[in-house]
Design a protein around this ligand. Structure first.
Ligand code: S3P
Length: 450
């Protein structure tokens, strides 16, 4: 599928975004381990999350889906049964790594397979700690890549310091730790999104987090069944926040979006770049804060993104690179070598596509230097089979002269069903819904550039 994008009209819009991907995966898994029926609302029915749903079904859990965004998960008190065939994780790295942790705790053998892109991604980061806990996890691909063959069983809790800051690794270890004897502690080099901890805690599983960021889970607990409303995905909102934030006097309001502070670093970057950004949490009852985000656009200024901030906005770096190309000055992204092992080599993909649109970009081993403001022109761009590259460059197309075509854009369905409909609202003023500011009164954006 090709996605055709024209220059945006003046943006003044109020929207919501689909459910959070990271929370959706985790909620299904923990609900499936609970002691009863859990209704999950606001679930993200994207391809990635459906791989997790189907995996849990293959492990003997009944999951009904009366509506696309509502699941009834029939928890069986941690009782999972051996799958009768291999489990396909598609292109979902989160599914594969979280399931590796879960399956490491089961007494049966299972095999996790994937599509060709995920088959190239590193799995050593979960194989090493799960093996140390006592599971047999064998990577059948070259250089410890998928498929994974897992024979789990009697795990022991360990204290582990992963070398990469990865929420997927932490999540895998906490799920394995739930089935282990004693306690399991993960001490990450830099804190990452804390959804695994929060979802476990919401289902009344005890974990502790120390000041140094290390997270501990005590084994052999049974999650308590509960209903759960999943907030909108701030990483999906990010595309539109940049689209509005980079347009002088563009205005956008997003309601009911997740505002967990391990995920909102993007808002700080947009502020640094000069955009007016407000957030207001209006609900924390279910441990995952949710609320409203509002942005008013200005001509953006370049910034530097590096260090501890990186894991907190790792999925937003493609769209922040577009912001960098539109901003005046040199935007630098460093310490982001993890981008090379995402759904594509995102550093190479961003550099390739930005150059094709006329921007000046230097590729670094762990990031990018982007010189702006670039007078972007439309181009035919590969998606590299990567949903966030496809969506980031669709947004770039909103700022380009002429038409931009994103090739192989079907990958967008992995995380954001409905993306094209919102994109259409950005280019077709007839359908626009005018929004009024809700968070305090925003000062008007500067009238003149600079
Ligand atoms: C995710 C964690 C991140 C992120 C991915 C989702 C998660 O990956 O890039 O899209 O839900 O745990 P890493 O933890 O490997 O950095």
């Amino acid at each position: 599928m090709e996605l055709r994008v024209k220059r945006a009209s003046r943006i003044d819009l109020e929207i919501t975004v689909p459910g959070d991907k990271s929370i959706s995966h985790r909620a299904v898994i923990v609900a499936a381990l609970s002691n009863g029926v859990c209704t999950l609302r606001g679930f993200l029915p994207s391809e990635d999350c459906m791989h997790t749903v189907n995996a849990m079904r293959a492990l003997g859990i009944k999951i009904e889906q009366p509506e696309p965004t509502t699941l009834l998960v029939h928890g069986k008190r941690r009782l999972l049964t051996a799958p009768d065939k291999e489990i396909n994780c598609g292109n979902s790295g989160t599914t594969m790594r979280l399931l590796a942790g879960l399956l490491a705790g089961q007494k049966f053998e299972s095999r996790l397979v994937s599509d060709s892109a995920l088959s190239k991604r590193p799995m050593d980061r979960v194989i090493a700690p799960l093996s140390e806990m006592g599971a047999s996890v064998v990577a059948e691909g070259p250089e410890r890549t998928p498929p994974l063959r897992i024979q789990g069983g009697s795990l022991r809790g360990i204290h582990y310091q992963p070398s990469v800051a990865s929420a997927q690794v932490k999540g895998a270890m906490l799920l394995a730790g739930l089935f282990a004897r004693g306690k399991t502690t993960v001490k990450q080099p830099i804190p990452t999104r804390n959804h695994m901890e929060k979802v476990l805690n919401y289902f009344l599983v005890r974990t502790t987090t120390e000041d140094d960021g290390s997270v501990t889970i005590f084994g052999e607990q049974v999650p308590e069944s509960r209903d759960f409303d999943i907030p909108g995905d701030i990483s999906s909102a990010a595309f539109w926040l940049v689209a509005a934030g980079a347009q002088r006097r563009g205005h956008l309001l997003i309601r009911d979006v997740g505002l967990n502070d391990t995920r909102t670093a993007l808002l700080g970057v947009l502020l640094r770049m000069g955009a007016q950004v407000r957030e207001a949490v209006d609900d924390v009852e279910q441990l995952e804060p949710r609320g409203v985000v509002e942005v008013t656009g200005v001509p953006l200024k370049a910034t530097v993104i590096q260090g501890k901030e990186v894991p907190q906005l790792i999925d937003e770096l493609p769209i922040l690179s577009i912001a960098g190309a539109l901003a005046s000055g040199k935007t630098t992204i460093r310490h982001a070598e993890e981008l090379r092992v995402k759904e594509s080599d995102r550093i190479a993909a961003i550099a390739h596509n930005l150059r094709a649109m006329g921007a000046q970009v230097s590729e670094l081993s762990d990031g990018l230097e982007i010189h702006g403001p670039a007078p972007l022109h439309g181009a035919r761009l590969p998606s590299f089979g990567d949903h966030r590259i496809a969506m980031a460059f669709a947004v770039a197309g909103l700022f380009a002269e002429g038409e931009t075509v994103i090739q192989d854009a079907e990958c967008i369905r992995e995380s954001y069903p409905g993306f094209e409909a919102v994109l259409e609202e950005f280019t077709n003023p007839k359908r626009m819904q005018i929004s009024t500011p809700v968070i305090g009164s925003l000062a008007p954006a500067p009238a003149e550039e600079g």
